[in-house]
Ligand binder design. Structure first.
Ligand code: DON
Length: 557
């Protein structure tokens, strides 16, 4: 059946004459980043050069979400040969890291150490990713594509409510470290809206990268300053850790859903595998029809039960495939999904504790996603992160580099929830040189006459947000609808169905409760999705940014 539908898809994809995109489309979390991407395109760059410009500008103007002290997954589609590849610039545990490094004398996880200051920081991957993108996929040198970011760091960018709120929330931690306090409390105060945040040291660091490439960050003066600052404040990085960091090219996870071909994130992300499992489970049901017959609690119930099972598998099996064997083939196989589907009661929720296996979470805007399509048909779907808002709170003196707190994405202790309430086991324990399991899920869909590029931040909820965006696309809706769609989420443990404020009406909530779901309505909204689409029949492109945040910027030029 699967082979048949694949064959049909191949046939269909050849029968549609593809019109090149008439324009380029970029959707990102900040207008300066989107503008930087378009500028690089206008200077002769392609989508991959634009991705460097967007990423590096976000690293300056949206550093609560991503940065050069953090990491990223860039999912690429190269039009000329149809190659799909994931550039894994995920952070990596330093050589001196060990499984119990965050446990206190009673065996309890010290959450402060796991989240704040340089001991929480893994070796960053973003800069290595820039060099790789420029060298193997782009057309322009880093000195050109990093220019908008350098200018933004040197001249400053106006503070806006989202970054101001994050600085206020994180004030105590930021004030522990003089280099952080100097940036975020320039006159001893949180910057006011519109006030310029200027980062001279960060500009110098970016210039070193523009001149020397990766070596400008991982070796030489910048590296020495970072290691000195990290060690002074209790961290364990060495110069060798930095020098040894390399990006990895990963084969994306691919799956087929009712005639649509999905290309999505590979490990060390859990996202692609979880999305494939969920879609395989759901593929037996005509969800679009279920929605349209007015019986939406049934649709929500089935989707929730599929989410529960995929997140159960995430907690048991998933980790960095360079360290643990992850049964990818099994987990993404339609037969495996059929087994999971058979265990779903169409009218009753299955308590998570009854599933064989091994525990309120922050909402997610810290981390960032952007989507690009250029006029050649090259695509980039990239999710970038420093983990939680303003990360470890630690800027390494003299470098302007805010270090990530990605070590918290490891399982510090089996069954112990991390910042997103996610639990894990040995597959995701801390080991030197290992990459922490991520939920970031940059995704492409190739359909008969359309292409979709999407993703979002949001910690553990990234996977279910991308899933709901995809399902909305499969329902036939446009890019503006995917980013708008009300969101709900189940992650196995805690055994709760989280919904955004106002996502469902009272009757739907009652119907879900009657099926046995513990429905928890969130105080607000979550995510920050940025997506682009291309209609291959007409050549038209479109772009949309999540209406939940005010700085999103989607432009077609
Ligand atoms: O890689 C991950 O899954 C997390 N570090 C992403 C964090 C995130 O999305 C934060 N936003 N709330």
């Amino acid at each position: 059946m699967r082979i048949l539908s694949l064959a049909l898809w191949v046939l269909l994809s050849f029968s549609v004459a593809a019109e090149a995109p008439q324009k380029a489309a970029i959707a990102s979390a900040h207008p300066m980043a989107t503008a930087a991407g378009h500028k690089i395109l206008s200077q002769g760059g392609n989508a991959f050069d634009a991705a460097i410009a967007v990423s590096s500008t976000l690293a300056v103007v949206e550093q609560q979400s991503s940065g050069i002290g953090g990491g990223a997954f860039w999912l690429l589609h190269r039009a000329k040969d149809g190659k799909n590849i994931m550039i894994d610039g995920r952070e990596e545990a330093p050589a001196a890291a060990y499984a119990d490094m965050y446990l206190d004398e009673n065996g309890d996880v010290n959450r402060d150490l796991a989240l704040y200051g340089p001991l929480a920081a893994a070796i960053p991957g973003e800069i290595a990713g820039f060099e790789h993108l420029a060298k193997y996929y782009g057309k322009l040198p880093l000195s050109v594509s990093l220019q908008p970011a350098i200018e933004a760091a040197e001249k400053g960018f106006p503070a806006y409510p989202r970054i101001i709120k994050t600085i206020e929330r994180k004030a105590k931690v930021l004030k522990r470290y003089p280099a952080s306090a100097a940036i975020y409390f320039p006159d001893g105060e949180v910057p006011k809206e519109g006030e310029l945040i200027i980062q001279k040291d960060l500009a110098k660091t970016l210039k070193a990268v523009a001149k020397h490439g990766k070596a400008g960050f991982y070796e030489g003066k910048v590296a020495k300053k970072m290691v000195k600052a990290v060690q002074k404040h209790g961290g364990i990085w060495t110069l060798d850790d930095l020098k040894n960091y390399t990006v990895k090219e990963r084969e994306p996870i691919t799956t087929n859903y009712r005639g649509h071909q999905l290309v999505t994130a590979a490990p060390p992300s859990s996202g692609g595998i979880a999305i494939a499992t969920i879609l395989n489970i759901l593929s037996a049901w005509d969800l679009t029809a279920l929605k349209n017959d007015g019986n939406s609690p049934k649709r929500i119930h089935l989707i929730t039960e599929a989410m529960r099972r995929a997140y159960r598998d995430r907690s048991i099996y998933l980790g960095d495939t360079d360290f643990v064997e992850v049964p990818i083939q099994l987990l993404t196989h339609p037969y495996y999904a059929a087994g999971l589907r058979a265990g779903i009661n169409p009218t009753k929720a299955m308590p998570s504790e009854l599933l064989p296996g091994i525990n309120d979470n922050p909402k997610g805007e810290d981390t960032t996603h952007f989507s690009i399509i250029d006029t050649e048909g090259n695509l980039v779907s990239a999710t970038l992160t420093v983990n939680t808002g303003l990360a470890s709170g630690f800027i390494a003196d003299g470098t302007g580099v805010l270090l990530n707190n990605e070590m918290d994405d490891f399982s510090a202790k089996p069954g112990e929830p991390n910042a997103f309430g996610l639990i894990g086991d040995d597959a995701n324990k801390i080991e030197p040189g290992k990459r922490p399991l991520s939920s970031m899920s940059p995704t492409f869909v190739f359909s008969e006459d359309k292409v979709a590029v999407l993703g979002t931040p949001g910690g553990s909820r990234i996977i279910t947000m991308v899933l709901l965006g995809l399902l909305d696309y499969f329902d036939g809706n446009d890019v503006h609808s995917w980013v708008n769609k009300p969101r709900y989420h189940h992650q196995y443990l805690p055994d709760k169905l989280y919904i955004e404020k106002g996502a469902f009406d009272a009757a739907t909530i009652e119907a879900l409760k009657a099926k046995g779901h513990e429905v928890v309505e969130h105080r607000g909204h979550w995510g920050n999705m940025h997506a682009v689409s291309w209609n291959k029949k007409t050549g038209e492109v479109d772009a949309a940014s999540d209406p939940r945040t005010t700085t999103g910027s989607a432009t077609v030029k």
